[in-house]
Design a protein around this ligand. Structure first.
Ligand code: PGA
Length: 258
């Protein structure tokens, strides 16, 4: 059985250190209460990773970075390597649609980042998803298959245990327009098929597939109830500790009924 993961991607928030520490601390009670049924991780901006790591040390909340660079060290101004994150971060997200769309990240770069992160010993969330125009043209499956195949290409079956795929339709991110669970479920089932082919069914069974895009306390259960869904990647709602805590409880309730 795959334990559901609720991952809070804080993006470029909060703007000060104390806010980050407070936000992280505020979700630790719910994470502790439901630790048997839900894995919880937060993804602060790079500059708050160190203070947040101290704030959640010894709690049930995991820590991740929102991005990384594939080279280990060297003259790469502004970058932070996967190797630098390893050891005290558990997780990293690669290929988030904001990285792809706003910063021009390519499938090939996403694959290099995922490879470097896994090699460094991190667990990795690889995000994929179609844009609004692609959704409107019925290209969801095709786009996700292409993005996934490119990212999975250099990876090995042995990496599967530390790999998570997040299906995040770009048009659903930060818009309040969450995907219809039927659409999300069907797409996550396609993701699982691709993983089965890439790694073999047995190894792929360890990989969790998440939905992300305007997930909140009111709709989180409708995703995690889906057979093909192993949790959610949450942006905006992860900045509201009460709501995020409610979501942890909601995921635990669904899991308890399984
Ligand atoms: P959102 O962001 O929950 O604010 O839509 C999700 C994400 O970008 O991971």
């Amino acid at each position: 059985m795959r334990k559901p993961l609720l991952a809070g991607n804080w993006k470029m928030n909060p703007v000060n250190r104390q806010g980050a520490v407070d936000l992280a601390r505020a979700v630790t009670p719910a994470a502790a209460e439901h630790v048997a049924r839900v894995e919880v991780a937060v993804f602060p901006p790079f500059c708050w990773l160190v203070p947040v790591a101290s704030a959640i040390d010894g709690t049930a909340v995991g820590l991740g970075a929102q991005d990384c660079y594939w080279e280990r060290t060297g003259a790469f101004t502004g970058e932070v390597s996967a190797a630098m994150l390893a050891g005290w971060c558990d997780w990293v997200i690669v290929g988030h649609s904001e990285r792809r769309g706003l910063f021009g990240e390519t499938d090939e770069q996403v694959a290099r980042k995922a490879t470097a992160a896994l090699e460094a010993g991190l667990s990795v969330i690889v995000a994929v998803g179609e844009r609004a125009d692609e959704f409107d043209s019925g290209l969801t499956e095709q786009v996700c298959r292409l993005q996934l195949s490119a990212a999975m290409q250099p990876l090995q079956a042995a990496d599967a245990g530390r790999l998570v795929i997040a299906y995040e339709p770009v048009w659903a991110i930060g818009t309040g327009r969450n995907a219809d669970p039927a659409h999300a479920g069907a797409t996550m089932a396609v993701v699982r098929q691709v993983l089965d082919v890439a790694f073999g069914r047995e190894a792929a069974a360890a990989i969790r597939v998440l939905y992300g895009g305007s997930v909140n306390a009111a709709n989180v259960a409708s995703y995690v109830e889906l057979e093909s869904c192993d949790g959610c990647l949450v942006g905006g709602a992860s900045l509201k500790p009460d709501e995020f805590s409610t979501m942890i409880g909601a995921v635990a309730s669904v899991e308890a009924r399984r």
